[in-house]
Each structure stands twice: as C-alpha cells, then as structure tokens.
Design a protein. Structure first.
Length: 309
C-alpha cells in the first residue's frame, strides 16, 4: 500500500458519529447482496448529532441491475451516476434521515480516476468515513479509488496557475475552483472553512502528492512553487473553463433525475434550485404526481425567471 493509500485508509477508518446503524441496515436491505460498501461524507461527518439535519451516505454496489432490476432506473444510474434517494429510519424520538446515493464499483472506479466532471474525484478526495463494508476487498477498493481521486485532483489543481503557494492555500484554491462548477458557487470563505476543519489531512495530501506532479517543487515547510509552461497554462485555463460549463450541465441533469428517484422529489428539486438560484417556484399536487414531467416544466419556469442564468 502506497503512502497516499495509507493516508486515505487512515481517514476512512476515522471516528464516526453514533446513530447511523438504522440507516445502514435499511440500505443493506434495499441493496441486498450487491452492496459492497457504505461511505459517510459531507458535513455530517463532523456532526455529533446525526438527528439534526440530513446525513450524506454513498452506497457502492456491484451492479445496478442487481439493485434496480432491468429498466430505466438502472440505465440512468449508469449513464449519469449517481442516483439519489431519501431514507428515514429509527424510532420517532430518534429519527435519523439521510440522502444516499447509489453508484456501481465500475462507475466509481472510472469517475474517481479522471474526467472533466469533478463530481466524484473532487468530492471523495475530501475526508469521509467507511461506515460499512462487505469485506476487506471492498475497503481496499474504496481506498484505492480515493487515492486515484486525490492524485487526479492535485494534477488538475496545479493547472489553476503557477507561482509560490502554501499547501493549505493550494487546496483552498482547488476547492474554490470546484465550487465554481456548481449551479451556484458557495459563499466566499467556504473552501477556507472546509480545509481549516482538517488541516493535517490536507497538509498530508500535499506532502504526498505534489512532489509527483510535474512542474511542482518544494520551497519550504508546506510551501511549493508551481512552474507551468505556456502550453500547460493555456490547457489548464481551457480545461477549467470547459469544466465549469460541463459540470453545471451535468449537475442540473442530476437534479432533474433526482425528481424521479427522491421521495417528494419535485419538492426537493424546487428547494435545491431555490437554494442555488434564490428564486422560489411553488410546487403543485399535480407536479408531485408526475415528478419526471414536472421536473422539466419546473426547469422551464426557472429558466424563464432567470434562475439558471
């Protein structure tokens, strides 16, 4: 196991909040023997009280058809991963809620290893926890994919520009760039706050990854110099410009797809789009009865209102 993989394995084995067992049990029941691993990610990883808010979980499965059967749901999950679902578990006084995504081993391996869209490689470079795994091979698989994600993220982040930069500032710049690929960028300081919650993790990634990236040299303790040729600088600008447009389109498509898989999916889509755009659209009962059709109507209304730029 490489040093990078060991760092990721240590992170996956870190402390997790109590109260996730009912959710994991329901995900296991839903996915059956095809389930390989469950990963906790996002801000709830740091929340001691999982009953407050929505937990983010990822279910990695062997094959979509083993979970969804043969049909449109499995096809959409493969073509535009992940599918998003809502789940509640536990007694009323200890109710815990989660948004969980389903992705196949094949998709997860491919999309953490590269590509223009950073949904997987940017998200799962960040600290997360392995809360259930079928066997050691499944744990090793998640570790390997996260290491691949981090290596690709570092390579793409170097292309953001040359000059001298500290290890933490390097990742703040990288995370900020991925935020610009969302439908609505996060507020100023969000990337700084994210990196600041796990400084040792990000410093360790820099020490492990940056010496392997061409054009990067160490200048001191957690400090680096990035030197890019004119062609690499140009390619970097083009890639990040294309990434912003492509990722926004894919993220919008994922939201539309979620309207058909999420419980109260149209309400979720309306809330999500309002959160990203600031414009509220009232959801009717008819829209709830036909979520996939309504999602397109909702998109058109949002576009007419200027919510999608």
């Amino acid at each position: 196991m490489s040093m990078l993989q060991q760092n990721m394995a240590n992170d996956l084995a870190g402390e997790t909040p109590d109260g996730l067992a009912p959710l994991i049990a329901q995900i296991r029941a839903r996915c059956g023997p095809a389930l390989r691993a469950v990963v906790l990610y996002g801000s709830t990883r740091r929340n001691a009280n999982v009953h407050d808010g929505l937990v983010d979980l990822m279910a990695i499965v062997e094959d979509y058809r083993a979970v969804h059967g043969i049909g449109l749901t499995a096809m959409l999950n493969h073509l535009l991963p992940p599918n998003v679902y809502y789940l509640e578990a536990g007694a009323d006084d200890e109710r815990v809620r989660c948004k969980f995504i389903i992705v196949s081993e094949r998709n997860f391996h491919t999309r953490t290893g590269g590509g223009l869209d950073g949904y997987f490689w940017a998200r799962f470079t960040q600290p997360c926890r392995l809360v259930w795994n079928a066997d050691e091979a499944a744990a090793d698989f998640v570790t390997e994919c996260r290491a691949r994600a981090a290596a690709h993220f570092a390579t793409e982040a170097v292309r953001l520009g040359d000059g001298e930069i500290g290890a933490r500032d390097f990742w703040i710049r990288a995370i900020s760039a991925t935020y610009s690929c969302e439908l609505r960028p996060e507020p100023p300081g969000a990337a700084d706050a994210l990196i600041g919650r796990d400084p040792a993790f990000w410093d360790g990634l820099s020490e492990t990854l940056l010496p392997e990236v061409p054009g990067v040299t160490a200048t001191g303790d957690h400090a680096w110099r990035i030197e890019l040729s004119a062609s690499r600088r140009l390619v970097g600008r083009l890639r990040w410009t294309l990434r912003r447009g492509w990722s926004k389109a894919l993220n919008l498509a994922r939201l539309l797809k979620a309207a058909g898989t999420f419980a109260n999916g149209v309400d979720y889509l309306s809330w999500k789009l309002e959160r990203h755009s600031g414009i509220k659209v009232e959801v009717t009962d008819a829209m709830r009865r036909h979520p996939r059709l309504a999602s397109w109507k909702l998109l058109i209304r949002m576009w007419r209102n200027g919510a999608l730029g």
